[in-house]
Ligand binder design. Structure first.
Ligand code: SF4
Length: 482
């Protein structure tokens, strides 16, 4: 069976993927009608079927996908870590394979809103890509899309997005789709980042047909990770006073953005904000006309954050200027020193001795429980430890990943806003501290280390015992950087 998305990317043919929001608010029949219309546009190679968009439950994406395919539209199915653990995700992949659905968009997912089912977040998006890649190795021909947001205007948020994309690519991603944004410099920055590192993964730029209501919502940072600047909001509001309610102006902006993406060397556009086949066909035609003027148009598409961070050209993240040591906590450095002075991460006399001691402790339940309590009494006040039993503090600059509301282990999600957490905006995102400490130590490359999901069966047991008895889940030697 052919896969137009895979084929277009492989052939280097500029292509379009259109997002179909399978929310409970959209009637399924309307979605499928839209899919039928889009299937008649040759440049549209897939319809991207959302799951849990904005953290809200929608239609079953697999059912919608199968029905859309029956109407001639190749689906790209969003698979998020919000509501399923690794077994549930593996089962969804098996179901997809049984239905011959190949394209999967691997996402962490938005945190559910109040009143929705509590989230699962057993895996993060990098671990999910690995899971899909393992399935692929066993003969299921999945094509994996992942997300990245260049539209981050603090250094830690921005560079960590790119580092995390590198991890997703290493894990098996085939194509990366950007978050929504209206800043040509940022689109260019992401492309340049990959080019400078010799990464040829194709990029789809997000082109959202933005109306005034959505612009107002995004101006407040909702949904998480989507941001409209005050200048863009004002422009959209002015346009919406036209007789057509601003429809022509927003389609023109979308077409210009597509033209810029083509000029920058993107592999395609990921269109959101409209399902209307006639509007999308117009955007495609108009973008073709505008293509020769893309550089001038790029200068005009500049709705970034005033004074925001842009990654300097030809300056690999690993050698970016260091932050002053005084800005980082001293505690991580003390632990680093201890680890060097008393090496236990390789076969030393100390490791052998401690393995014997912890093996003896492990065979005596009261002693093991006591060690677990002592460990928690030390680590909870220092790191906010939640006794996951699979400690990866030394791989994450002594920041506990369990203090991330989504329990991510491989970097921030796309929901950060100026270094603040998507779920608890009153707090900084924990990954900012990880980034700052790594940068202060000149160890940004270490952030590319793949951190596997924890073995949840070890919860409320001592990670010290688990470590010395080699039963915890931690980065393998082959996944370590630096
Ligand atoms: S990673 Fe696990 S064991 Fe380590 S501090 Fe965090 S919760 Fe505790």
């Amino acid at each position: 069976m052919t896969n137009p998305l895979r084929d277009a990317l492989a052939a280097g043919r500029f292509c379009y993927v259109v997002e179909l929001v399978a929310s409970a608010l959209t009637r399924e029949a309307r979605l499928l009608e839209a899919a039928s219309g889009l299937a008649r546009i040759p440049a549209v190679v897939a319809g991207s079927i959302t799951s849990y968009a904005g953290g809200a439950i929608g239609h079953d994406p697999l059912r919608v996908a199968a029905a859309a395919r029956a109407r001639g539209m190749t689906p790209n199915i969003h698979l998020t870590c919000v509501s399923q653990d690794r077994r549930g995700l593996a089962k969804s992949l098996d179901d997809m394979h049984a239905l011959s659905l190949e394209n999967v968009f691997a996402l962490t997912g938005d945190y559910p809103g109040a009143g929705d089912q509590p989230p699962v977040f057993d895996l993060d998006s990098v671990q999910l890509v690995r899971l899909i890649n393992e399935r692929r190795r066993s003969g299921m021909p999945f094509h994996i899309a992942v997300a990245v947001s260049p539209f981050k205007y603090t250094e830690a948020d921005c560079v960590y997005q790119y580092v995390k994309l590198e991890k997703k690519i290493a894990a098996g991603a085939d194509v990366a789709v950007t978050q929504v944004g209206w800043d040509a410099r940022k689109f260019g920055e992401l492309k340049r980042y990959l080019d400078e590192r010799g990464l040829r993964t194709p990029l789809l730029g997000n082109v959202y047909v933005l109306g005034p209501k959505t612009a107002e919502r995004m101006a407040t940072g909702r949904p998480p990770g989507c941001w409209v600047s005050p200048e863009l909001l004002a422009a959209v509001q002015t346009e919406s006073r036209a007789q057509d309610g601003g429809r022509q102006a927003r389609l023109e902006r979308a077409a210009r953005t597509v033209a810029i993406l083509r000029g920058l060397g993107y592999a395609g556009a990921y269109i959101g904000g409209t399902h209307d086949a006639a509007q999308i066909a117009w955007v495609i035609r108009r973008a073709d006309e505008l293509a020769p003027r893309w550089e001038a148009l790029a200068v005009e598409l500049g709705y970034g954050a005033a004074g925001g961070f842009y990654l300097p050209s030809r300056k690999p993240a690993a050698s970016a200027g260091r932050v002053a040591r005084s800005q980082t906590d001293r505690l991580p450095r003390v632990f680093d020193w201890l680890a060097r002075a008393f090496p236990v991460n390789r076969d030393t006399w100390l490791r052998r001795a401690l393995t014997r001691v912890f093996g003896w402790v492990d065979r005596r339940r009261p002693a093991a429980a006591l060690v677990e309590r002592v460990e928690l009494a030390i680590k909870k006040p220092l790191f906010g430890c939640q006794a996951c039993g699979n400690c990866v503090l030394s791989h994450l600059e002594y920041v506990c990943p369990q203090t991330c509301p989504k329990q991510l282990r491989n970097g921030p999600c796309g929901g950060t806003d100026q270094g603040r957490c998507e779920v608890t905006p009153e707090k900084p995102c924990i990954w900012v501290a990880v980034y700052d400490r790594a940068k202060a130590m000149g160890a940004l490359d270490d952030l590319k280390t793949y951190v596997p999901p924890p073995d949840r069966r070890l919860r409320d047991t001592s990670s010290w015992i688990n470590y010395f008895l080699d039963r915890d889940s931690r980065p393998a030697a082959g996944d370590l950087h630096g």
